[in-house]
Design a protein around this ligand. Structure first.
Ligand code: HEM
Length: 442
């Protein structure tokens, strides 16, 4: 008896050979490359990588199907995730299956909106203290300054203790190095064969181990101290699994802390840098925020619909988490397409958020599109924080931090465009090469 080979209806796209030939073009500018293909293939196309079929899509219904409606058939696991776990640890962003579910259930309450508000006082103080030294001038690249500040805010929210500048610098350079190394590792698997010879991986692991060591010292010190602390570490140490009432091990807590920093730092810093760029280019919006910031205390400004709309519109135009990936556990189909297990689905959020089909004058900054009947408008085709059960756990924190920062910033400074257009750089998150603005104190 002959068994019939299953036929799948994979979207049109690139064969393995074509993908290989196109790789340099992709690596040169991933966003332009994928955007162009989306135009040519009508919003969904396939590609081939390392023996797997990839389906890239900016179809909101397909994205929602994979991330929400049929999310049980998808996992994160895949080659890139395996490498990320090696360097960053098995925290929420990378873990899968029952382990992920149990961790998410345990950690979710710590990120409840009210708990996040409790962290607000520290966030605000860190912003105010640091804005005092924010440079003024005709040509200031705000990107590295905002990155440094976002890291300080996150670290202060994780650990409400005094951390020396030297340790902060170690965190900052260590995390940047680990992320860069990870990207290179994923994009160029051949290079990996050289690691045992050139010692690069060993060097990288030493940096990671050093950061983990600092976290361990902080955890052990905290355990010895009595009293309440207003930080995420306290929340993690006090959370208990529903099934056995136990807490996480120190190694698990470190994994989660590593992931909070790697998922929460660049994303927020890049988003804020892009929003400042947009506000400099759109003085009326900046002025409107300034008026609001002059009238309201920052805590209520964060809830203001115009402030929220500015942030949403910023995240739409510059979606820092420009894509993600899911691997099909079993064969699946969506609409006219069908594909085998192991297929990697890549939602292309960046393209979706800029398509004229769904967003009128898509490339224009118009916060008003996020306001309907005086409330924040919600769109089913908008995923800046992902969707479904793996949606960003830090979204309330990020929104609060960004609103506090923008409120304090526009109150203190006026920014003007220098006419320099930042280049988008798409790695794990999408950053700007630099954001050069004119900054004047009010
Ligand atoms: C503007 C800032 C941020 C953006 C745009 C953003 C975006 C995202 C997106 C799109 C996802 C889903 C990824 C996927 O489905 O594969 C995600 C997941 C995640 N984010 Fe964020 N994020 C931000 C800030 C933060 C912050 C501040 C934290 C922590 C303090 C954080 C922690 C996480 C974690 C732990 C996950 C994984 C959740 C899970 O898989 O269960 N993020 N983020």
């Amino acid at each position: 008896m002959t068994t019939k080979k299953k036929k799948y209806n994979i979207p049109k796209g690139f064969s393995l050979l074509q993908t290989t030939l196109k790789t340099p073009e992709f690596l040169k500018h991933p966003l332009n490359f994928i955007t162009e293909n989306m135009k040519n293939y009508g919003g969904t196309y396939s590609s081939s990588l390392g023996g797997s079929t990839l389906i890239l899509t900016q179809d909101p219904a397909f994205i929602s199907y994979v991330l929400k409606e049929n999310q049980r058939n998808y996992q994160k696991a895949g080659f890139a995730v395996e490498r990320a776990i090696k360097y960053i640890g098995n925290g929420l962003v990378f873990s899968d299956g029952d382990y992920w579910r149990r961790q998410r259930r345990l950690i979710q309450p710590s990120f409840h909106r009210q708990k996040i508000v409790d962290l607000g006082a520290n966030v605000l103080k860190t912003i105010q203290d640091n804005l005092v030294d924010f440079p003024e001038g005709k040509q200031v690249d705000i990107s590295p300054i905002v990155h440094e500040l976002a890291l300080k805010i996150l670290i202060k929210s994780l650990f409400d203790i005094k951390i020396s500048t030297e340790t902060m610098n170690r965190f900052s350079t260590g995390f940047s190095a680990a992320q860069d190394f990870l990207i290179k590792d994923i994009n160029n698997p051949l290079r990996r064969f050289l690691y045992p010879i050139n010692g690069k991986e060993k060097k990288m692991m030493a940096v990671v181990d050093e950061i983990r060591g600092i976290f361990l010292d902080i955890i052990q010190e905290r355990k010895k101290r009595k009293g309440e602390f207003s930080d995420m570490l306290d929340m993690l140490l006090n959370s208990r699994y529903e099934d056995n009432g136990e807490s996480m091990t120190e190694a698990q807590i470190i994994d989660e802390l590593m992931v909070f920093i790697s998922a929460g730092h660049e994303t927020t810093a890049n988003t804020l840098s892009w929003i400042l760029y947009l506000l400099a280019a759109n003085p009326e919006s900046q002025e409107k925020l300034y008026q609001l910031a002059s009238e309201k205390p920052v805590e209520s400004l964060a809830m203001d619909v115009y402030m929220q709309a500015v942030i949403q519109e910023g995240m739409r135009l510059y979606t820092t988490t420009w894509s993600t990936q899911r691997v099909a556990i079993e064969d699946d189909s969506f609409g006219e397409y069908s594909y085998p297990k192991g297929t990697v689905i890549v939602p292309f959020f960046f393209g979706l958020h800029r398509t004229e089909k769904l967003w009128e004058n898509a490339l224009q900054f118009r916060p008003e599109r996020f306001i309907a009947d005086g409330k924040l408008a919600k769109y089913k085709h908008y995923f800046p924080f992902g969707a479904g059960p793996r949606m960003c756990i830090g979204n309330h924190f990020a929104l609060m931090e960004m609103a506090y920062f923008l409120g304090e910033f526009v109150k203190t400074f006026k920014i003007k465009s220098t006419g320099q257009l930042p280049e988008t750089e798409a790695a794990i998150t999408m950053s700007a090469d630099k954001v050069v603005l004119e900054i004047v104190k009010r």
